[in-house]
Design a protein around this ligand. Structure first.
Ligand code: SF4
Length: 350
């Protein structure tokens, strides 16, 4: 896109004088990039950007962190992306478990965790499989390889989420969804088209300044037409059919399950768990884990932030007790979390 075209899109945003409009950035990376690039400053007052639940770490319930801590305290090496180490559980996080002698290993991919397991045959190794359709295929690949190669010391602890039923649960929270480009690069655009037929509007957005400004300009223009719509404003990456091989792998290894989302509660069939054929790499079954009910910190308003019911800056702990250095809730820990975006880029002041 030329600078002129981006300026034209920016002018569409600046000059919007239609009715109040709530746009939900479903994806945490969108929230961060819109802040970081200063795009919020282009928007008139009646356009409200709401942060949604599209940060996998943020929507992971407290009970899952407690389960991961349980594994670390029972001699299992927990492998995970770095963000999860500092997410508070009911009474401790994985960093606390590590300080108390548990083994917690940060990895960059599920396949790295599998390699670690192969290189440490004397350890039981569990990977924390927390993600959306974007990253679940990689976890499925690691589980499938471990299963095929009979790697006896590798497993997954799953808390995966899928978007379709979450959109349905959130449809009253926004007028337009800014759909997550990475998720739909895997799943395609069929769901977004179906939602538009059901009256739910949305624009699929990429992640560059040009792509984000364009997607928002499309959202305000189409909203003024007064009819439900869907536009793929990220066609260089998202194809209507998505990535069938990745979808097939997910379907082979995992099956839908009711899933608890922080703040949103249990959404039917909105998670993915390992199929019975993969019980040997399912940490819950392998270690006969007890059901653990987590207790969220009642002072943290992450749940409301994730539903778009309040902004991070409405939380009394924001920037005082809670900061990226001393996070009280998951939304301040994660690099994709709304609270961390508001803290880093001063969004509370905009
Ligand atoms: S500012 Fe901290 S305590 Fe408040 S909602 Fe965000 S993460 Fe929770």
């Amino acid at each position: 896109m030329s600078t002129t075209a981006r300026e034209a899109a920016a002018e569409i945003l600046r000059s919007y004088d239609g009715p109040a409009l709530r746009i939900m950035e479903v994806c945490g990376t969108h929230t961060h990039e819109i802040f970081r690039l200063g795009i919020r400053k282009l928007l008139p007052q009646q356009v409200d950007l709401i942060s949604g639940p599209g940060c996998p770490v943020c929507v992971t319930p407290v009970g899952f962190i407690d389960e991961a801590v349980w594994l670390a305290e029972h001699g299992v090496t927990v492998t995970t992306f770095g963000d999860l180490v500092r997410v508070p559980g009911t009474s401790k996080n994985l960093a606390d478990a590590r300080a108390a002698g548990g083994r917690v290993q940060v990895v960059y991919s599920p396949l790295d965790a599998l390699v670690y397991a192969k290189e440490h045959a004397d350890e039981q190794v569990a990977f924390l499989s927390v993600g959306f359709e974007t990253t679940i295929p990689a976890a499925c690949l690691a589980a499938d390889q471990a299963h095929e190669e009979a790697v006896g010391n590798f497993s997954l602890l799953t808390a995966n989420k899928t978007m379709p039923n979450a959109y349905a649960a959130l449809r009253q929270s926004a007028d337009v969804f800014l759909y997550p480009g990475h998720v739909h690069a895997i799943t395609g655009t069929g769901l977004c088209e179906e939602l538009a037929r059901q009256g739910v509007s949305g624009v699929l957005a990429g992640f560059t300044a040009n792509e984000l400004v364009t997607a928002l300009a499309v959202a305000v223009r189409k909203f003024q037409e007064g009819k439900p719509f869907f536009v793929n404003a990220y066609p260089r990456v998202v194809r209507s059919e998505g990535t069938p091989a990745a979808v097939a792998l997910m379907e082979k290894v995992m099956e839908p399950v009711d899933a608890e989302w922080r703040g949103l509660g249990v959404i039917p069939q909105s998670g993915l768990q390992l199929r019975e054929a993969y019980a040997g790499v399912d940490a819950r079954k392998k270690f006969d884990m007890p059901h653990i009910e987590g207790k969220p910190n009642p002072a943290c308003r992450c749940g409301e932030v994730l539903q778009g019911h309040c902004k991070p800056s409405d939380c009394p702990l924001f920037g005082k007790v809670c900061s990226p250095q001393h996070p009280v809730g998951a939304c301040m820990v994660s690099g994709e979390g709304a609270c961390s975006a508001y803290f880093q880029y001063g969004g509370g002041l905009l």
